[in-house]
Design a protein around this ligand. Structure first.
Ligand code: UT7
Length: 328
């Protein structure tokens, strides 16, 4: 049978500090009831340590995963880190992580597609397995969103949180693993959700800092309108392409941006909310980390052969869907 990329292990790292809606009420003009009804977030985790960032969380998730699997870091051949909050512009966070975990035989790079980063990274990694060139790849989603959120902006302060999740990819020929994926992007949406400064267009300057251009800038309503459509579209497309009926899908694994977007996607797929991985209430939107954190939290409920559909939508715009059969 054809070689496919199987997820053979998952783990997550969430910082201890909990930023509740009650605490946010003291920071911006908002209230728990509004946040819960409009996006479904009750609390999020924040990495408070000033000297720790995305690479630290990614390395923690990776170390837990390697220990759990009893695998030496020296056996890892490739590390792909999905992130929009790299520790530095360069080197890549993947390089820093490989050093932190002692994966000195691995090469690596970062993938940045905003909230779709992890699904883009997973798709990319799967090709290195399918072609037979690699046998052990770590794909890690990690974001310290608190480093780019303006906690005086009530639209974004309520949504985002920090965290990381990691998966191990290995080849299999047993019919499980990543079986299909479809990615999309449309750069025409670039200004609906972006971090204006810090790149080569608007380099960091006193003006850019004064103008708060290093924070997430979002036109929430415009993003919502496209997200709600596209995430459901791609989920439906993945189901049709793979002849999956609602009953065939064990779990929908959606990006955690807004509970209403997730409900609309599940509704279009005909899947009841009991079969939807939903933890936005605890962690908010951790950007590149939402999907692997979900997989880690639901790992004990999954069994070999379960059909999972992963879907995401993010800035760019970027969106995508991925179909996999769980491998253990
Ligand atoms: O992961 C990447 C993609 N990101 C997303 O998918 C985010 C997509 N957008 C959203 O999830 C939603 O647009 C938000 C949750 C950000 C906002 O929800 P909304 O239902 O679109 O609210 P809105 O922007 O239409 O605002 C409705 C009202 C406004 O007041 P008025 O003009 O009706 O008086 C806002 O000023 O709610 C007000 N509002 C708030 N009130 C309390 C906006 N933010 C808040 C707030 N607390 N935090």
């Amino acid at each position: 049978m054809k070689t496919t990329a199987a997820i053979t292990g998952v783990s997550a790292y969430l910082p201890d500090y909990i930023l509740s809606n009650k605490e946010l009420e003291k920071m911006v003009d908002t209230c728990d009831e509004w946040i819960m009804s409009r996006c479904g977030v009750s609390e999020r985790r924040i990495l408070k340590d000033k000297d720790k960032a995305s690479a630290f969380m990614a390395a923690e998730a990776a170390k837990t995963l390697l220990t759990k699997k009893g695998i030496s870091p020296l056996d890892i051949e490739l590390i792909i880190v999905a992130t929009v909050t790299p520790d530095h512009q360069y080197p890549a966070t993947a390089n820093i992580v490989s050093d932190m975990i002692g994966a000195t035989n691995a090469w690596g790079f970062d993938v940045q597609a905003a909230c779709s980063s992890f699904i883009y990274a997973l798709t990319t990694a799967s090709k290195f397995i399918e072609t037979g060139t690699h046998k052990k790849i770590l794909v890690i989603g990690s974001d310290k969103m608190s480093s780019i959120v303006d906690y005086t902006d009530r639209q974004t302060a309520i949504l985002f949180g920090d965290g990381a999740g990691a998966v191990l990819l290995e080849p299999t020929t047993d019919g499980t693993g990543i079986l299909d994926s479809k990615m999309y992007s449309d750069g025409a949406g670039k200004k609906a959700l972006f971090q204006p400064a810090g790149g080569s267009l608007i380099p960091s300057s006193i003006e850019s800092v004064t103008n708060k251009q290093h924070f997430v800038e979002m036109d929430g309503q415009s993003v919502f309108k496209v997200a709600v459509l596209k995430m459901a579209d791609v989920a439906e497309e993945i189901m049709q392409r793979n002849h999956l009926k609602a009953d065939d899908v064990a779990f929908l694994v959606p990006h955690q941006a807004n509970k209403r977007i997730i409900e609309a996607t599940a509704n279009r797929m005909g899947i009841s909310m009991e079969r939807v991985m939903l933890n936005i209430q605890k962690y908010g939107n951790t950007t590149s980390a939402t999907l692997p954190i979900c997989l880690a939290e639901w790992e004990n409920q999954l069994k070999k052969g379960d059909n999972l559909v992963l879907t995401t939508f993010g800035a760019g715009f970027t969106w995508g869907g991925l179909y996999l059969k769980w491998s253990y």
